[in-house]
Design a protein around this ligand. Structure first.
Ligand SMILES: [Zn+2]
Length: 159
């Protein structure tokens, strides 16, 4: 099971609900064996004000197969949007954890699977952001993960 810590302030969702959603989402896309080694800190902050974005995900340390992650989520959003953003960012966590996605620090490049991309390409609202394969995977998986989570909550309440 992945270890989840929640920090920062958010009035829209409880810390327990965040931990539950993170555990559920990550179990959909990451093997149970690998999950035992992973930790994630979910930090709520007003990201929209500073970065004009809904969420970010990055490894805590620069290592080939990172195990510890920080997910930042904009606190000023609806609960639905927060849950969708969590799903999206956890897909990026999966990509980092499996070594599929790597942002290099010394050169301005990003590797996804076997392909290298220039970082200048990855600019918000630019077509390169939307067409980068790691974003296509995250945006593609996010709605299904959210639907499955809602179903899981419904089933849990109606047992
Ligand atoms: Zn993304």
């Amino acid at each position: 099971m992945i270890q989840v810590r929640v920090t920062g302030k958010c009035s829209r969702i409880s810390k327990r609900q965040v931990r539950e959603a993170v555990s559920f989402y990550s179990s959909l896309i990451i093997s149970r064996r690998l999950l035992n080694y992973l930790t994630v800190r979910v930090e709520f902050k007003n990201l929209w004000k500073t970065d004009k974005c809904t969420g970010t995900c990055c490894p805590e340390y620069d290592e080939p197969r990172p195990r510890d992650f920080i997910v930042e989520v904009n606190s000023e959003m609806s609960k639905k949007k927060i849950l969708e953003t969590l799903a999206h960012e956890l897909v990026h966590m999966k990509q980092f954890a499996y070594g599929e996605l790597k942002h290099y620090l010394k050169i301005p490049k990003t590797r996804f699977l076997d392909e290298l991309f220039d970082n200048e390409r990855e600019v918000q609202s630019d077509e390169n952001y939307w067409f980068s394969p790691w974003e296509i995977e995250s945006w593609g998986r996010q709605p299904g993960m959210y639907v499955l989570y809602k179903q899981y909550l419904f089933d849990k309440d109606n047992k």
